[in-house]
Design a protein around this ligand. Structure first.
Ligand code: CA
Length: 496
């Protein structure tokens, strides 16, 4: 265990004394299990992309690993921990962000769909950190409709905002501001680092830096325009799957929908999609190439800015006492099953990439394969801060897991529910265990003929290519999974 040197965090003796007194007071009132050596309260820098799925991060391997330009994110992972089994409980932007902040499932915090607002009066992780003495700030994408609460400072885009010259709204200012020529990922980082410059160096901080990238329409700064020119990216094995009930799948959003959007809109990535053929297979392939290149360029701009944040921490002697996280709000399909978008309980959409560095506490090169959920993020941040975790938070801290001491009773199954109901992407819920998945689609408006179950054996079919619900040999384990699903719903208080 690395010993902390208090003098490295502040030039002022009074500041050091204040921190030690605060740490001692917190030690009396908190549930922290930190030892005396660990009583220095770490800073928390939580960086989050939007839809920045694990297939687009080199450190997660996969077919794009050689092409994804994520050197800084990979470096962050190698200096700390990479979490290989993080899942969201509702794979859509607004609800996932609400679950991350509140530590609660959608049916409890009330943010079930894209149109729902987070109640400003409700408890959240920022409020708890602030109450426990942290300076709190939020910069970038908020997306939760209501005014941010729990932050000493915020500077955000409203709704989706723009990639280029985004209008940013700062607390206590009615009018938004625009930085001419700015690209959102760059300007959010500028604003976040400027706040770090202004903060009180004698108190710990929690800074949330939320990028708009890599949400559609996957724009990027001009400096990345030549990336992947004349390169053919590998295709996922399921790119040419059919969708729709005839193919054993719900319709979803196939790349054909994206083709229409990209040929019509000049603001998609590097401009309109130009097709060389009217052959459906070639159209799908060419759509995939443009889509994923734009996506990866958009992600490369994130990586550059994660690098800027890492450099800042080094230059300001903050590395050793800062928990630095980079994650995403959910996963995303990059052509798997011929889908783009998220929402489904299938792996690419369900999975959240997550890397974290905390020198001296998390060993470099750690890989954690425990099942972690986005509702666990808030309790974990509070645990690192030595603050009490409110019982209303449904997630569980994984601080011990990160430090090589996974609790023996750690979860081996999780509950998922997507609420928004449409013909293409119907509402559904299900259970995922360590190697099995059972999903129930209730059908649009509960129409009986649209109701269906899907069962996947992830051990033998990790790409979820075959729905084995109807196989007689699986009936016993499916019945068992249904009982466990019902038990999870009862435990969490959700009764669809
Ligand atoms: Ca998202």
């Amino acid at each position: 265990m690395k010993h902390l040197n208090p003098t490295q965090f502040s030039p002022s003796l009074a500041g050091v004394l204040r921190r030690w007194l605060l740490a001692a007071a917190i030690g009396f009132c908190s549930v922290s299990k930190f030892s005396a050596q660990e009583s220095e309260r770490p800073n928390i820098l939580f960086i989050m992309g939007d839809d920045h799925t694990s297939q687009a991060w080199s450190c997660y391997g996969g077919i794009l690993a050689e092409h994804a330009q994520t050197l800084n994110i990979d470096r962050l992972a190698s200096q700390g921990a990479l979490l290989s089994n993080v899942f969201c409980v509702n794979s859509i932007c607004v609800p996932s962000r609400a679950s991350i902040l509140t530590g609660q499932y959608s049916h409890i915090n009330g943010v079930k769909n894209l149109g729902d607002a987070l109640d400003s009066a409700a408890d959240n992780v920022a409020k708890r950190l602030r109450q426990s003495g942290y300076q709190t700030a939020l910069v970038g994408k908020w997306h939760l409709k209501s005014e941010p609460s729990g932050f000493d400072y915020w500077n955000i885009i409203k709704r989706q905002g723009r990639y280029r010259e985004p209008v940013m709204f700062r607390m206590n200012l009615a009018r938004g501001t625009v930085k001419r020529g700015a690209f959102s990922t760059d300007v959010f980082t500028d604003e976040a680092l400027a706040w770090l410059d202004r903060r009180d160096p004698d108190r710990p901080f929690c800074l949330m830096l939320h990028f708009k990238a890599t949400h559609a329409p996957w724009q990027f700064p001009p400096r990345l325009a030549s990336l992947y020119r004349n390169v053919d990216l590998p295709e996922p094995s399921g790119l040419h799957e059919g969708t729709g009930p005839r193919h054993g799948r719900v319709p979803g959003w196939p790349l054909e929908i994206l083709t229409g959007r990209m040929t019509a809109a000049a603001d998609h990535g590097d401009g309109r999609l130009v097709l060389s053929s009217d052959d459906p297979k070639i159209i799908r392939q060419e759509t995939y190439q443009k889509f994923v290149k734009d996506f990866l360029r958009c992600g490369a701009a994130i990586d550059e800015n994660v690098g800027r944040v890492m450099d800042y921490l080094i230059q300001h002697d903050l590395v050793d006492n800062t928990v630095l996280i980079y994650t995403s709000d959910q996963g995303y399909f990059l052509g798997e099953h011929n889908y783009f978008d998220k929402r489904f309980m299938l792996e690419e959409s369900l999975r959240i990439p997550f890397v974290v560095r905390f020198p001296g506490r998390i060993a470099p090169g750690t890989v954690i394969d425990d099942m972690i959920l986005n509702v666990d993020f808030a309790p974990t941040l509070l645990d690192f801060a030595g603050a009490a975790i409110p019982p209303a938070m449904q997630g569980r801290s994984f601080r011990a897991n990160l430090q090589g001491a996974t609790p023996q009773d750690w979860r081996t199954e999780m509950y998922y529910r997507y609420f928004q109901n449409s013909q293409e992407r119907p509402a559904h819920y299900g259970i995922r265990t360590l190697d099995r998945k059972l999903i129930y689609y209730d059908g649009l408006n509960g129409v009986a003929e649209d109701r269906r179950w899907e069962f996947y054996d992830l051990a033998t079919d990790p790409k979820e290519r075959i729905n084995r619900y109807d196989a007689e040999a699986n009936s016993e384990q499916i019945q068992n999974l249904k009982l466990r699903l019902a038990a999870l719903q009862a435990h969490l208080g959700d009764f669809p």
